[in-house]
Every structure is written in C-alpha cells, then in structure tokens.
Design a protein around this ligand. Structure first.
Ligand SMILES: Nc1ncnc2c1ncn2[C@@H]1O[C@H](COP(=O)(O)OP(=O)(O)OP(=O)(O)O)[C@@H](O)[C@H]1O
Ligand SMILES: [Mg+2]
Length: 355
C-alpha cells in the first residue's frame, strides 16, 4: 500500500498542509523542532489511530484550536481510498470513503505501518514490555488468530489477578483460571517461537546489508516453558509458583512476562553493543518483518524517525541503499545530504516538496 497524498488541518504544529508523496523513499528534512516527527506522526495515526508519542489526544490538536483533521489517499493496487480522521478532545471519528469506520482492526489492515522511533535505540536495553509489544503487534498483523489469543489471555490474566487480590482467594477458582491461562498460552508461545524462527532467517541478510563487515544477528526467544509437554510443565510451574502469586497478589509467570534478546556475533547486543550497534540492531529488527510479508500490496509503509543520527557515513550510505529494497518509506532527518526519491523541506508550520 502507498499513501499518495496527506492533508493536515490543525494537526500538531500544522495549521494547513497538503502534500503529495513519492511511492518510494520520502526524505523529510528540517531543523530540530521544525515539525518532521509531527508529520510522520500524522501518517502513523492512519494505521492504529493512536500515536506512539502521547496517550493524550489533545496534544495532537494544534494549540488554541478545537479539533484536528487528517485526510489521506491510500492506494492498494488499482484501488485508491480516502481515509479521514477527525480528532476532538472527546475522541476520534474515522471514515473510509465517507463511511464511518467502527473497528480499528479494519484500519490497520488498510494502512500497515512499521515505525522506527528514536526511543527504539533502547529496544534491547530497555524493559521487556517494548520487545513483547513489537512481537505481539508484528505477529497480529500477519495472523489474525494471534490477536484474539492475546486478547483472551489478557482477560483471563486480569480475572486471575483479581482472584489473587481477594482477601480469601478461592483456590479451586484459581485452578480453573490457571488451566484456562495455560490453554491460551500454548498457541501463543507456539506462534512466537515460529515467528522469531522466521525472522531469524531474514535477519542475517538485513544485517549484511546494514553493517559494514559480515556480522550475524540472532534472536533468542526466552519462553517461560521450554519443554515439549507444555500443559504438564506449565501446570507444575503454576502450582510451584502459587504461593509467590498469592504473596504478590498477581500472576508472576506466564507469556505476559516472556522476552527475547538479540545476539550480535554471538554477544547480547544489550550488554555488549555500542550505541550505534544497538541502533542498527533495532533498525534491522524493525525492517525485517517487511521481507516476511509476501503479498506486495500488503507490505507495510516504513517510517524511520531520526534514523540517521549516530550513524557514521558508511553506515548511513548502507542504510540508504537498504531502504531502496523497501516499498514506501518516510525518513526524517536534520541532515540535508541524505538522498531519496522525494525531498520534503519541513519548516515551522509548513512542509514543501522540493523534488
Ligand atoms: N499541539 C501542538 N500545537 C502546536 N505546536 C505543537 C503541538 N505539538 C507540538 N508542537 C510543536 O511542534 C514542534 C516539534 O515538532 P517535531 O517534534 O515534529 O520536530 P522535529 O522536526 O521532529 O524536531 P527534531 O529534529 O528535534 O526531532 C515543537 O516546536 C512543538 O512546540
Ligand atoms: Mg523529531
């Protein structure tokens, strides 16, 4: 899919912006604070209808205004669709070709976006929740059953935690919930395992393209149950941990606590990698799923916010070359020497396509 045109009204720093994009690499260049991230945030919103920057939707509305509006034209094959989002302090209204969209899952199918943001430099060094989130979002985009499994798991987990918090926990009820949790956990770990194995097959190729010398990248999944007899082993582990769960009044083990790490030439990048190596590793991981999706029209749009900082000239050139293999890309940078298919100059309150 490709976003051919974007219109913003009173969105963040933009009172009125109309832009036509290249279907390949769009470079948004401008000084710090110019509005580059604001612009790609507008694009990102088209996919999930929420921002990665702020949970408070009022920040999306230009200060002093009552509402913000985004309109985009999205092309998939021969078909072009008009997508609109109206943002008010009360909430968002989405419409597709002038018809209201009720389910957000419809949106992420229409506009699939992969994002690398500056915070992702700490993807491996930071808390496991952001890595799990990457995994859950990536798998959900490919496999619809996974999304509902995660949803079901969340509900059962919540119930179990409530039961653990009760002044006199009912152990029979807890056992029922534990069994339900185990039933849902088994396919989740299976999907995660399978997905990471598939990513691993692609990662080395991406690493070869990104890093200067031959380097290997390998994801290591850390499931909470390693053995084959999943149900039996999980039951044992939950039984063993029951006192601990009761003490903490919450479920301390399970797929909601799982994690993965990344080895660069056999060493954990979080523990041994430099800042630049961590950045490249995170970029590689974010880009790799693109190559897993086979149908050309379903391949995601890639947003890389401030991706070139900290990269030396050689790695920057390698990244630019790698981006040529992706479909539509949006890159923000303060470096005016970065080359692309469209160059968009961003300066306070406006953006103009130069090339
Ligand atoms: N709701 C809003 N209303 C008006 N201005 C806003 C709003 N939200 C953010 N801004 C302004 O947008 C500017 C920041 O824009 P943005 O984060 O896109 O900059 P940037 O070009 O990505 O900069 P950098 O290179 O430093 O990352 C700030 O000056 C900020 O005050
Ligand atoms: Mg920025």
């Amino acid at each position: 899919m490709i976003i051919t045109r974007l219109e913003l009204r009173n969105f963040r720093s933009y009172p009125c912006l109309n832009l036509d994009f290249s279907e390949k690499n769009n470079i948004l260049v401008g000084k710090n604070g110019a509005g580059k991230t604001n612009l790609v945030e507008g694009i990102y919103l088209l996919s999930l209808c929420k921002s990665w920057r702020s949970g408070d939707i009022r920040t999306l509305i230009r200060q002093g205004e009552e509402s913000a509006f985004i309109r985009a034209y999205v092309r998939e094959g021969e078909m072009s669709r008009k997508l609109e989002i109206l943002i008010t302090p009360k909430g968002k209204k989405i419409s597709l070709n002038d018809k209201p969209v009720k389910r957000l899952s419809e949106l992420s199918k229409l506009v699939n976006v992969t994002l690398f943001s500056p915070e992702d430099v700490n993807l491996f060094k930071g808390s496991p929740s952001s890595r799990r989130n990457f995994l859950d979002v990536s798998i959900s985009k490919e496999l619809t059953p996974y999304l509902s499994l995660i949803g079901r798991y969340g509900k059962i987990l919540q119930e179990r935690n409530m039961a653990l918090k009760s002044p006199s926990p009912d152990k029979t009820y807890l056992e029922v919930l534990t069994n339900q949790l185990i039933d849902v956990s088994e396919p989740i770990t299976h999907y995660r395992h399978e997905y990471l194995t598939r990513l691993n097959k692609i990662l080395d190729g991406v690493a070869n393209a990104l890093y200067e010398n031959d380097r290997s990248l390998r994801l290591i999944y850390k499931p909470f149950i390693k053995e084959n007899d999943f149900k039996e082993m999980a039951s044992k582990l939950y039984r063993k941990n029951l006192d601990n769960d009761l003490l903490h009044k919450m479920t301390m083990i399970g797929v909601h606590r799982e994690d993965f790490s990344l080895l660069l030439d056999g060493n954990d990048v979080a523990l041994y990698g430099s800042q630049g190596e961590n950045r490249l590793a995170a970029i590689a991981l974010k880009i790799a799923p693109y190559f897993l999706i086979e149908e050309k029209e379903k391949k995601p749009i890639t947003i890389l916010d401030d991706v070139y900082s900290e990269l030396d000239d050689k790695h920057s050139l390698r990244l630019t070359k790698l981006l040529k293999n992706l479909g539509q890309v949006f890159v923000t940078t303060a470096d005016y020497s970065i080359k692309g298919d469209a160059i968009i100059d961003v300066s306070k309150e406006s953006a103009t396509r130069r090339k």
